[in-house]
Design a protein around this ligand. Structure first.
Ligand code: MN
Length: 192
């Protein structure tokens, strides 16, 4: 059973001015679609024919892991964002952020700093650890916290293709835009 590119939950120009239509077009129809095509091409004959992306993330290696994880990571990224996003979380997520990071402002600063200092291509994540605490982690390339038993609830794509057309090397400006787009309702629903 082949994987398909999930629908975007908004129009391609909906994240402007923070992320341009041109970036979303390339990122979604070329990069995300490319990972879907590649993993589908690699799976036949490997024992992963009926595997979920989660199973691939936990158990596969090489190209199947890299492309399968990138399919999952990008879907998770798109659904972490919304044209109606931004501001601050509420309820149990805000409570957990305060408990783990002191304040929303402190969390924002720590997450932004982690993203800015990620060397090379990768992802910055807000996760729940096995003991239910929140933590900020960064992973290189396609790597995903599910592989280490963590529950990701928010991610920021720090591959250059996510921001280069709009911001070139100005990561802090991309991240400012990202904070204006975070869909806190979706993030809260991912908490266990
Ligand atoms: Mn990407």
């Amino acid at each position: 059973m082949a994987f398909v590119l999930p629908e975007l939950p908004y129009e391609m120009d909906a994240l402007e001015p923070h992320i341009s239509k041109r970036t979303v077009e390339f990122h979604y129809t070329k990069h995300h679609q490319g990972y879907v095509n590649k993993v589908n091409g690699l799976i036949p004959g490997t024992g992963f024919e009926d595997a979920s992306l989660e199973k691939i993330i936990k158990e596969a290696d090489g190209g199947i892991f890299n492309n399968g994880a990138q399919v999952w990571n990008h879907t998770f990224y798109w659904y972490s964002l919304s044209p109606d996003g931004g501001g601050e979380p509420k309820g149990k997520l805000l409570d957990a952020i305060k408990e783990n990071f002191g304040s929303f402002e402190s969390f924002k600063e720590q997450f932004t700093n982690a993203a800015k200092t990620l060397f090379g291509s990768g992802w910055t994540w807000l996760v729940q650890t096995e003991d239910g605490k929140l933590d900020i982690i960064k992973t290189g390339n396609a790597n995903n916290p599910l592989r280490n038993g963590k529950n990701p609830i928010l991610t920021c794509d720090m591959w250059e293709h996510a921001f280069y057309l709009d911001y070139q090397n100005r990561k802090p400006e991309y991240l400012e835009g990202f904070w204006n787009l975070i869909n806190w309702d979706a993030v809260t629903k991912r908490m266990k």
